[in-house]
Design a protein around this ligand. Structure first.
Ligand code: NAP
Length: 250
């Protein structure tokens, strides 16, 4: 049996078809977890599953899920329980979207959609997974939600996204207070600007204007966020609960 900081744990990762979610799956698999790559893009989730390798573990699966729909989340967690005969003890909420526009031009539909995926989606996945963990008497769980630095600072063109991410941090702190008694921790990771398909949509000249304001003078890599998430998923972070950990390069 191989080692690794999350050896033997079952980890459910949303947004697993791309960017940070995909990197999280890779690092968790490297560290010995059995990984469920979950994404609304089922083909991308399958591709992620295909990238996962660990000499000792080869029991990773992929599922299609729309985190903004309760029924879809229920089905995904049921499928996981059917496959492994127990629910995941690690949950990473990386599914997220942007629909940017200036506040005065923001379409109500896009405001709602971003809240539905980023904030309500996080709630639905956490509620469904934690119910299953408690039913299965899992006594050590770790939930990691991905917020964003713009949830603290605000950002022009992102009134919907920044509000959703501030909400994710407050939600995380409440979950930590409610679930601590069950041995289930809940923390947020707060990335700055990370190279991924999400930021590839931002024009390069805008990104070049942002970089001088980052202390280390570069954007982050998805793996640099994933390594922090793996630590939070592991028992090495057993007394970290309700925290928001910035991964921004300063
Ligand atoms: P990404 O590359 O766009 O990946 C997000 C993934 O989530 C995509 O595969 C996307 O599928 C999926 N997704 C979207 N809506 C979904 C839904 N309703 N149900 C299930 N899956 C859904 O973005 P990323 O950069 O990896 O971002 C991951 C997380 O980090 C997000 O929560 C993001 O807000 C946060 N974050 C990113 C940055 C950054 O600079 N990249 C900074 C701070 C925070 P589709 O491609 O089909 O939409």
């Amino acid at each position: 049996m191989g080692g690794g900081i999350v050896a033997g744990k079952i980890a459910f990762v949303t947004g697993a078809g791309s960017g940070i979610g995909r990197a999280v799956c890779q690092v968790l698999a490297r560290e010995g977890a059995k990984v469920i790559a979950a994404d609304q893009n089922g083909i991308a989730a399958q591709e992620t599953q295909g990238l996962l390798s660990n000499v000792w573990i080869n029991d990773h699966i992929s599922v299609t899920v729309d985190v903004s729909m309760a029924e879809s989340v229920n089905m995904a967690i049921s499928d996981v329980i059917k496959h492994y005969s127990r629910p995941p003890s690690v949950v990473v909420n990386s599914a997220g979207i942007t629909r940017d526009n200036f506040l005065l031009k923001m379409d109500e539909k896009w405001f709602q959609k971003v809240i539905d995926v980023n904030l309500k989606g996080t709630f639905l996945v956490v509620q469904t997974a934690v119910k299953a963990m408690i039913d299965a008497k899992i006594s050590e769980g770790s939930i990691i939600n991905i917020a964003s630095i713009v949830g603290k600072t605000g950002n022009i063109g992102q009134c919907n996204y920044s509000a959703s991410k501030a909400g994710v941090e407050a939600f995380t702190k409440t979950a930590a207070k409610e679930f601590g008694q069950f041995g289930i921790r809940c923390n947020a990771v707060v990335p700055g600007f990370i190279r991924s398909p999400m930021t590839d949509a931002v024009p390069e000249k805008v990104l070049q204007k942002i970089i001088p304001f980052i202390a280390v003078r570069r954007m982050g890599k998805p793996e640099e966020v994933a390594e922090v998430i793996a630590f939070l998923a592991s028992d090495r972070s057993s007394y970290i609960n309700g925290a928001s950990i910035e991964v921004t390069g300063g």
